[in-house]
Design a protein around this ligand. Structure first.
Ligand SMILES: [Zn+2]
Length: 50
């Protein structure tokens, strides 16, 4: 039963804690969320440190 037209995901996206841009995660996600860009930057930083 597939609807031909589906409205956009009504779930509001959480804002990135670093730059404030919408993330790919819903607001229901707890904790720190990063947008794809900041997530990538964090990954790079983590990969270089420690
Ligand atoms: Zn960000």
């Amino acid at each position: 039963m597939d609807a031909p037209e589906q409205p956009a995901d009504p779930t509001p996206m959480a804002d990135c804690v670093l730059c404030g841009k919408p993330t790919e995660y819903p607001e229901t996600v707890r904790g720190i969320v990063h947008c794809p860009v900041c997530e990538w930057q964090e990954a790079q930083r983590t990969a270089c440190s420690g």
